[in-house]
Structure formats: C-alpha cells, structure tokens
Ligand binder design. Structure first.
Ligand code: PLP
Ligand code: COI
Length: 356
C-alpha cells in the first residue's frame, strides 16, 4: 500500500460487511456499492481531513450550494482483477487530469494526486474483494466533488467534499445501440462546459434522451449547437467510426474528451491504421453508411466500454450499419483492451496502474 497515502488517511473499517451477500453473476450497473468510501473535506482554502469510512449516507444542510447552483463534478474509471489476483486501474492519471480541468472550469479547488490516486489506491486495497474476477466485469470507480457551503448567495462554495465510491459492474449496454441524431436540443456550446464532467451536462440530457427513447432509440447522437450539422458524442460515451481503413472520432471543444476514445485512437495509430480526430458532419456519416464506406461505428467510454452502433435515426429515416460480428477493427480493439486490462498481455503502453 502507498506509504504517503496511508499515513495521512484515517481508516474506519465497516462492522457489517455486505460483500458476502453480493451476487457477482448478476451485476446491474451502479446498483451495488462497495463497503467503504473515501471522503476528503476542503475547508479554509486547503484539503483537511481524508478518511476511508464505511459506505453510508451523508448529512447535508438543505442550503448546500451544489444542490442549488450545481458545483458538482465527477469521474468514472475502472479497476480490473488479473488471473493472479493483482488489481489494476486503467489510466487513472488521465481521470485526475480531466477532473482538475472540470474543477477549474466550475471554480472548484483542484484535488491533489496524493488524495485522488493515493486515496484510491488505499480504498481499493481495503475493498479488494469487491473487484470482480470474471471477464466482462470490473469495479467501477466514481470520484466526485461538490460544493458544501450552506448559503443561498450565488458564489463559489467555500467548502467542498471529494468522495470516491466504487461498485462491481458488468456491461452498461448489453446490446448494440440505436442512436438518434439530435437536431433540436443542444448539449453544449462553444465557451460552455461541455468538455467538463459536471452533473449539469447529464441533467440537461435526460429530457431529450427520454423523448428519443419513446421513439425506440437507446441514446442520442448529439450535434453541434449552432447548425446541428456536426456529430459530437453520445449521452454516455464518445463516438468512433471506421471509414475505409481510417478510424475517425469527432473532435470538438464541446465534447467530453474521453479516455477510452483517446486510448483507441492511440492503439489504432500503433497498429498502422490512419486515425483522425476531426469534424465529422452528419451528412458525411449518413452518406458513408448509404454508400458502404462507413463499415463500423461504436460508442466508446468507461461504462459503455465499446458498444457497437447498429442503427442511426436521422430526420425520420433509419440507417443500418453492418453486422457487429463482422466488424474487424471494433472486435480486434475490444479484444486487445480486455487482454490488456485483465493482464493477459504485456502492458506495452504503461496504462495499467497496479494497486497490488
Ligand atoms: N462522453 C460522455 C458524455 C461520457 O459520460 C463519457 C463517460 O465517461 C464519455 C464521453 C467517455 O469518456 P471516458 O472514455 O473517459 O469514460
Ligand atoms: C462513465 O463511463 O464513466 C460515465 O460517466 C458514463 C455514465 C455512467 C455517466
């Protein structure tokens, strides 16, 4: 265990472990949460206490500023168990980097590495039994921070809580996705907060997503705020397409810069594919599906992993993509990522952070 982290962290073990009751063969995303959580408090301009305590409710003032004005950000990452029992977290340094970018944009304090990574390491060491050992399953990790000042004036909170909770998960999506191209509602505009992982970005997506689900779609494909002509991302994941031998992911300042998307682009380049981050118009995508040049499309994210897109709905028409089983790049990269994350092949990029 990390020396620096353990000396600074107060640990209180649960007296009522729930682990023995968990059915690891039937995991629904986010419904089972591990025995312990890490809680750090920011007061008077510095990070004060850091504790690992039994998972449980918080006590908050009804005037808690995050509940009114939305200073609330989060991350999502996963821990995997190797066949020999080693626990590894995938690229947590990238989540820390993105978390602190979100914090800056929402006028919140940065969380130092020794709390985010050191605290996570100590937490995982205590709850290591919660990391599933079966392929396809992992421990989802949810670090989050919110303003805790009890005051109704609109200003940055003077105090914050940073918390990490975890829970064993299986697949977020268990079938290929039907996505609707959203041409009315907007997720994010230039100069806004689309690149940050803040709670409000998800709140605003719920109503348009429900409308699309009522039409039989699983998720939205968001488009740019100005013309609704350029593809952005899905509600819970980024988008990746294969056009000929080129792997393409939409680039924009208004999307969440996903770690899975970036990882896949890095692997594609390493394998010798042409890989591009660039603007992708809805027309280019739809024309490519119609003329057969778009052969693969998938959602890429920590929770979503790599989920094939089967159909895209646009202006009342449905456009069907080739059979997921035949998608060479998607299947190859998913296999590679699984092998890497479960420690079955050499970690040639140094992406596995070994907890021990
Ligand atoms: N876009 C959105 C809106 C997301 O919620 C996520 C998930 O975190 C992603 C993209 C993918 O990001 P990552 O690959 O870092 O999980
Ligand atoms: C993730 O993939 O970690 C996400 O945050 C997506 C979703 C569960 C909000």
């Amino acid at each position: 265990m990390n020396e620096a982290a353990t000396t600074a962290i107060r640990v209180e073990h649960t007296q009522q472990p729930r682990l023995p009751q968990v059915d690891f063969s039937n995991l629904k995303f986010g419904q089972v949460l591990s025995d312990h959580m890490l809680v750090a408090d920011y007061v008077d301009g510095h990070w004060d206490t850091v504790s690992i305590v039994p998972y449980g409710n918080l006590s908050l003032s009804p005037a808690t500023s995050a509940l009114h004005y939305g200073q609330a950000i989060f991350e999502g990452l996963k821990a995997y168990k190797f066949a020999d029992g080693t626990i590894s977290v995938f690229r947590p340094d990238k989540n820390l980097e993105r978390f602190n970018k979100s914090a800056l944009r929402l006028e919140m304090p940065e969380v130092p590495e020794e709390i985010f990574i050191g605290g996570l390491k100590a937490l995982l060491d205590i709850d290591r039994g919660w990391v599933p050992g079966t392929v396809g399953a992992s421990l989802y990790i949810r670090p989050f921070m919110f303003g805790t000042e009890a005051a109704l004036g609109v200003h940055p909170s003077d105090s914050y809580k940073f918390i990490i909770i975890t829970g064993p998960v299986g697949a977020y999506y268990n079938k290929p996705l039907r996505l609707k191209v959203e041409t009315h509602f907007t997720r994010a505009a230039e100069g806004g907060v689309g690149f940050s992982k803040n709670a409000g970005n998800y709140a605003l997506s719920l109503h348009p997503t429900r409308l699309a689900q009522e039409e039989g779609f699983d998720q939205l494909m968001w488009t740019d705020a100005i013309e609704h002509k350029y593809v952005e991302e899905a509600g819970t994941a980024n988008l990746v397409f294969r056009v000929g031998d080129t792997i393409i992911t939409p680039s924009s300042d208004t999307i969440l810069h996903g770690i899975t998307r970036r990882t896949i682009i890095e692997i594609a380049k390493h394998w010798g594919y042409q890989a591009e981050e660039r603007k992708v118009s809805v027309k280019e995508l739809i024309d490519g599906i119609e003329n057969g040049s778009v052969t693969e499309a998938f959602a890429a994210g920590t929770a979503a992993t790599l989920t094939p897109i089967s159909e895209i709905g646009y202006e009342g028409q449905i456009y069907r993509l080739p059979d997921p089983a035949q998608r060479e790049f998607s299947n190859r990269v998913l296999q590679y990522l699984n092998d890497l994350r479960y420690g079955r092949i050499a970690d040639e990029f140094g992406w596995n952070f070994i907890v021990g």
